[in-house]
Design a protein around this ligand. Structure first.
Ligand SMILES: NC(=O)c1ccc[n+]([C@@H]2O[C@H](COP(=O)([O-])OP(=O)(O)OC[C@H]3O[C@@H](n4cnc5c(N)ncnc54)[C@H](OP(=O)(O)O)[C@@H]3O)[C@@H](O)[C@H]2O)c1
Length: 316
């Protein structure tokens, strides 16, 4: 049965807002679109929530740790989409248990939208994957008659991949103002698959619109395009019409050293450095991407992403 009544968690967040936008672009295909949001967000983002109400979105304000509030929110909902942030990933455990116990909820999309956390046997030991792995283990332990799931795996968000981590510029990124780039890998020629944030929304929408045995109860590894740091650099230089002042390379070996140091120092971006190391090792490459099984929706390309970044920086 195709999803008709949706409830989103984290819909006011970074990627949740793109997912909600995409769903609203197809609003007439759904009977209900509801979001569950915190009292704090209801206060701080009141005008954005008013705009959503005007687009026929039900706003449920509550505490995600309040079981009764969640049970009430699940009534009449067939599909739950979570886009909760990294600090709230564990909060999905009770949300999933309650979804399994609900007579209405049939499909749960946990907050993934990133690196494939089961890419290889090594993935099981990666620090940033631990909570998402716990969530997967729980959802997979639930009988399928009770709850189906779909993991939308997108790899790095293209826009974020372009930007360096403040204080950790050696871990890769493009600084348009300074015309300075740090490319990951010895020569920047290792492939990486990226998904723009808009496309994450497009691909989640397509995933719920085309539920089938090819999309349900498995990872759905999708992306906007596959490129290399060197190709990104070439596109920046083509669009800016100039050879950049400084282009350097960070080898995998150096990236691994930066990663160790970041974890040892308790750097808040240690997770980001680990993910960049995984991406540079080829952790976003698949024999076949899943866009085809969800109807090959139109997605963005490198040229547009670079153009958007140049526009963003010039407007600062
Ligand atoms: N592939 C990539 O490059 C990439 C980059 C960033 C994130 N991601 C992934 O995308 C997913 C969403 O991340 P995000 O950065 O979009 O999230 P976010 O903006 O940090 O948070 C999303 C929402 O979650 C809710 N939330 C946050 N902290 C919470 C807490 N402690 N308790 C309860 N609710 C909380 C809030 O919603 P309300 O206040 O409305 O309830 C918030 O707006 C994650 O799985 C993350 O790993 C991937």
């Amino acid at each position: 049965m195709s999803p008709k009544n949706l409830l989103l968690f984290g819909a006011t967040g970074t990627i949740g807002s793109y997912i909600l936008d995409a769903i609203l672009s197809a609003r007439s295909q759904f009977d209900r679109v509801a979001i569950f949001t915190s009292p704090r967000t209801a206060e701080t983002k009141a005008s954005a929530l008013e705009k959503l109400k005007a687009q026929n979105v039900e706003i449920i304000v509550g505490d995600i740790e309040d079981e009764e509030a969640i049970k009430a929110a699940y009534v009449g909902i067939d599909t739950v989409i979570s886009a909760l942030g990294r600090t709230a990933l564990a909060q999905q455990i009770p949300l999933i248990n309650l979804a399994a116990a609900s007579k209405d909820v049939n499909l749960f999309l946990p907050s993934e939208y990133g690196t494939d956390i089961a890419y290889s046997p090594k993935s099981a030991n990666e620090k940033p994957h631990q909570l998402k792995l716990k969530v997967r283990a729980l959802i997979e332990s639930i009988p399928r008659e009770q709850l189906n799931y779909s993991y939308v795996v997108t790899g790095p968000f293209a826009e974020m991949y372009l930007n360096s981590i403040p204080g950790l510029e050696e871990a890769g990124g493009w600084n348009v103002k300074a015309q300075k780039a740090t490319l990951l890998g010895d020569k920047g020629e290792d492939k990486v698959s990226l998904t723009t944030m808009k496309d994450v929304g497009t691909l989640v929408l397509a995933a719920i619109q085309s539920t089938s045995s090819a999309t349900l109860n498995r990872p759905l590894c999708v992306n906007s395009f596959t490129t290399t740091p060197a190709k990104i650099q070439a596109e920046f230089e083509r669009q800016t019409g100039t050879a950049w002042k400084s282009v350097s390379f960070t080898s995998l070996e150096r990236l691994r050293a930066l990663e160790t140091e970041a974890w040892e120092k308790g750097h808040p971006a240690a997770t980001g450095v680990t993910l960049r190391r995984i991406w540079t090792e080829g952790g976003t490459l698949y024999e076949e991407r899943g866009n085809g099984v969800i109807g090959e929706p139109a997605v963005m390309g490198l040229e547009e992403v670079v153009a958007n970044e140049l526009k963003r920086v010039s407007s600062l």
